[in-house]
Design a protein around this ligand. Structure first.
Ligand SMILES: C[S@@+](CC[C@H](N)C(=O)[O-])C[C@H]1O[C@@H](n2cnc3c(N)ncnc32)[C@H](O)[C@@H]1O
Length: 219
């Protein structure tokens, strides 16, 4: 079917001050169907669809009453959780400021600080059924450093999950290509009945991100 002028991909002119890579990013962003869908459906991020797809595959949100959203900004995952489990209590944290989301308690803090984890635990007021982590470290361009920093976040999130999940709870976290490193995988397998890796369709094919899905917390 011929496409009308309106449907045609948006081309971005290279502005003098814009670098080639940011022009590429902008062009991809403007032509990305998930970005368009997020805009139309009122989600703050295209990342929302990763949680939707992972929930459809693994039933992560089913029957959940308490959720923790680590790396919540700008809020797409919590919006999805609010929609799918409107009575659940949701607590999130990010280094960045997040516009309020009705029914979600948000802390602007560094998750790696002890007082941040204490604040989350207090706000949870009980054991969580689901701990989500979409946290990603700011990359510095040095492959090993970036890998270590991201894995440090995943490991801290996993320990937080182990300490705060209710029996049968689940943990979902963004990891890098190659999956979870062996020590962490061992830890997760010790504490959860099933541990799987997935790359939802909404995760860009060229990106190195994957997700680890651990379900059936042994308590
Ligand atoms: C990919 S974004 C999350 C997108 C989110 N899931 C959504 O649907 O809108 C990753 C977030 O992790 C946050 N982050 C990275 N390190 C963090 C830390 N140490 N403490 C808290 N948040 C952190 C970043 O600031 C960033 O906003």
């Amino acid at each position: 079917m011929a496409r009308s002028g309106k449907d045609r991909d948006t081309r971005v002119k290279t502005a003098r001050k814009r670098s080639a890579s940011s022009t590429r990013w902008l062009q991809r962003q403007l032509n990305d169907p998930y970005v368009k869908q997020a805009k139309a459906e009122g989600y703050r991020s295209r990342a929302a669809y990763k949680l939707i797809e992972l929930d459809e595959k693994f039933g992560l949100l089913k029957g959940v009453e308490r959720v923790v959203d680590l790396g919540i900004a700008p809020g797409g995952w919590s919006q999805v959780a609010r929609k799918r489990i409107p009575n659940a209590s949701i607590v999130g944290i990010d280094l960045l400021e997040v516009e309020p989301i009705e029914g979600v308690t948000i802390f602007q803090m560094d998750f790696m600080e002890d007082d941040a984890q204490i604040a989350l635990e207090k706000a949870l007021n009980g054991k969580a059924d689901l701990v989500l982590s979409d946290m990603a470290a700011n990359t510095v361009g040095h492959k090993q450093t970036d890998h270590l920093r991201t894995m440090g976040l995943v490991e801290a999130a996993a320990w937080f999950a182990i300490e705060n999940l209710a029996r049968d709870g689940a943990f979902l976290a963004k990891v890098l290509a190659g999956g979870t490193d062996s020590d962490l995988l061992k830890l997760l397998k010790q504490h959860f009945r099933t541990v799987k890796h997935a790359k939802p369709p909404a995760s860009r094919r060229g990106s190195s991100e994957w997700y680890v899905v651990a379900q059936g917390f042994k308590g």
